[in-house]
Design a protein around this ligand. Structure first.
Ligand SMILES: [Zn+2]
Length: 222
C-alpha cells in the first residue's frame, strides 16, 4: 500500500476516524499527504439538537479539530444523499485527477448505512472512471495504485489487508474523543474501536490493527 498521497471519502465526519484513523496517523508520521472529503455533516445525529443546521455546525467544528489533530486537509460537500449520480461521479473524478492519490479509502459496498453504501458506489465508479479517457474536461487520466474499503458498521469476513496501528491506537481514540457529539450519541464507540482493533490485530500478530478490503475495480496490469 503506497500511502504517500491518501484520498479518503466518507459519508460523515467521524467515519474517517472509525474506519482508518490509525492508518492515517501512521501515514502522516511517515510524511504522507492526506485529504478527507465528507459528503454530509450529519446534523441530525447530535443529541439534544433539534435542527439540522445547528447540528451541522457542531459536527463541522469537531471535524476542524480532528483534521488539525490528525493533520489532514478536508472538504465538506453538503450532500445528504446521492441524487444526481452522474454529477457526483464527475466531481469525484475531478478531485481524483487534481489530488492524484496513490490510494483511495472509502466505505465498504455492503455497509448497512444507506449513505455509506452510496458513497462507496460512486467512489468506486469514479476511481475507475478517473483512469479512463472519459471526462477529459476534468484533467488527464489518473490511476491510483489501489482503492481500499474500510470498516465502520459492517465487518469483513476475510479482509485482504491489515495495517498495524499498535503505536497509533491512542491517537485514534483521542481523535474519536474530539467528536464529542458522537461519543454522546454512541456511548460505547471507544470500546468498539479498541475491541475491533484487537480482533484485527491477532491475525497480524500485533496488538492493534485496522482491516481493509482491496477493491477489484482496479486490476493489476503486468
Ligand atoms: Zn457515517
Amino acid at each position: 500500500m503506497d500511502l504517500s498521497r491518501i484520498l479518503v471519502v466518507t459519508a460523515h465526519p467521524d467515519d474517517e476516524v472509525i474506519g482508518c484513523g490509525g492508518t492515517l496517523s501512521k501515514a502522516k508520521d511517515k510524511g504522507s499527504t492526506v485529504k478527507v472529503i465528507i459528503f454530509n455533516p450529519g446534523g441530525s445525529s447530535v443529541k439534544e439538537v433539534k435542527d439540522e443546521a445547528t447540528g451541522q455546525v457542531i459536527r463541522l467544528t469537531e471535524l476542524d479539530r480532528v483534521s488539525s489533530f490528525l493533520g489532514f486537509a478536508h472538504e465538506s460537500w453538503a450532500l445528504p444523499d446521492v441524487i444526481d449520480r452522474r454529477n457526483v461521479v464527475r466531481r469525484l473524478v475531478g478531485e481524483i485527477r487534481s489530488f492524484k492519490p496513490t490510494v483511495v479509502l472509502t466505505h465498504a459496498p455492503h455497509d448497512r448505512h444507506h449513505l455509506h453504501a452510496a458513497v462507496s458506489s460512486v467512489v468506486t465508479e469514479a476511481v475507475w472512471h478517473a483512469t479512463q479517457l472519459y471526462y477529459l474536461d476534468l484533467g488527464a487520466p489518473w490511476t491510483a495504485e489501489a482503492l481500499y474499503y474500510f470498516e465502520v458498521w459492517d465487518l469483513f469476513t476475510q479482509p485482504t489487508t491489515l495495517v498495524d496501528i499498535t503505536n497509533y491506537i491512542d491517537k485514534k481514540v483521542e481523535a474519536m474523543q474530539l467528536y464529542a457529539s458522537q461519543i454522546e450519541a454512541f456511548p460505547y464507540i471507544i470500546d468498539y474501536l479498541k475491541a475491533l482493533a484487537t480482533v484485527r490485530g491477532l491475525p497480524a500478530n500485533v496488538k492493534y490493527a485496522e482491516a481493509f478490503m482491496k477493491s477489484p475495480i482496479l486490476q493489476e496490469i503486468l
